[in-house]
Design a protein around this ligand. Structure first.
Ligand code: NCD
Length: 318
């Protein structure tokens, strides 16, 4: 077994061979998802609960579709209408759900570390769908699959991650994954949006797009995470776009065949030019969404295998 994890809490805990196992299995699900009949049975009989304490379109929809396509019973807990609004703590909510015997719990939460804490309290497999500024492992895995399919490999590439690095769990998970797979990572951001200590990850830091993009194979743009900002991090959106927004002119400094990525949701005209985002010759933004479903199917399939093996071993007293 090349995938040993009990939970998927972050890329930090994965070995390169486990990352490869997810990507390889996800390839088979890309094929399944392109068929008219998209049903698999890897999660047949299992219960998946999605708990999103923060807004989400892509991540929640793709986890739901992924579970349904593999035969799980999927329940989306509507946090807005739940007892969380009555003051129940995260742990109490988790213990309540745990008593209903779910097998997979998918959690997004605004606090870094909340998902790890929750995983220590429940009996099922927990998947981190984004916790604060900490990690967003399935996003980094779907980005890796998108890159591998576009470039034919996920090693020895120069990847530029640009924008609001300081508030981004997407940047953090990608940085860890790309480093583990031996890529060269460049971070490009204004000094106010570059987290301190990030150079320890072995990446190169730039505050000039044209310099940072030079000869990049992959250009990954990030949204300005205004909901995590508690002050003035940029002078104005107009000036930010002028210096750090990706347009055709700045992209011309990257390799001729460089791909453009964005995890969504996009702010057109703030971090990226709308026409460039829609340019199917450069942008793989829609492929990222497609890969998201396949990667989440693969992650839940692999975790379910481990869960079944663990419970089987316990049942026979091993
Ligand atoms: C990202 C997130 O939620 O961290 N979006 C996503 O999952 N596709 C990035 C963002 O919100 O900007």
């Amino acid at each position: 077994m090349t995938f040993r994890a009990r939970h998927l809490l972050g890329i930090e805990h994965l070995e390169p061979e486990e990352i490869r196992a997810v990507l390889d299995l996800a390839e088979t699900y890309v094929d399944l998802n392109r068929r008219t009949v998209k049903s698999g049975d890897a999660l047949q009989g299992l219960t998946q609960i999605n708990m999103f304490f923060e807004a989400s379109t892509r991540t929640q929809a793709s986890f739901e579709l992924a579970g349904k396509r593999l035969g799980a019973d999927v329940m989306n807990m509507s946090v807005a209408q739940s007892s969380v609004k009555k003051g129940e703590t995260l742990i109490d909510t988790a213990l309540t759900l745990n008593a209903m015997h779910p097998d997979l719990l998918v959690v997004r939460h605004p606090s870094s570390g909340a998902v790890n804490l929750l995983a220590s309290k429940v009996n099922c497999a927990v998947l981190n769908a984004g916790d604060g500024r900490h990690e967003h492992p399935t996003q980094a895995l779907l980005d890796a699959l998108t890159i591998r399919r576009a470039k034919g490999r996920i090693q020895r590439l120069t990847v530029a991650i640009c924008g609001d690095i300081a508030h981004s769990r997407v940047a953090r998970s990608n940085l860890i994954l790309l480093g583990k797979m031996e890529n060269r990572v460049r971070l490009i951001a204004p000094p106010t949006l570059m987290p301190s200590g990030v150079a320890d990850f072995g990446c190169e830091l730039y505050d000039d797009m044209r310099e940072g993009l030079k000869d990049a194979d992959v250009v990954m743009m990030l949204r300005l995470q205004k909901e995590r900002m508690d002050g003035g991090f940029i002078p104005s959106e107009r000036e930010y776009y002028h210096r750090f927004g990706l347009d055709a002119e700045k992209l011309s400094f990257a390799k001729e065949d460089a791909i453009v990525m964005h995890p969504g949701p996009m702010n057109r005209g703030v971090e990226i030019d709308g026409d460039l985002a829609d340019d199917i010759n450069r942008s793989v933004i829609q492929e990222q969404v497609e890969m998201g479903v396949a990667v989440r199917m693969a992650c839940m399939d692999l975790l379910a295998r481990n869960l079944r093996a663990e419970r089987g071993a316990r049942a026979v007293g091993v």
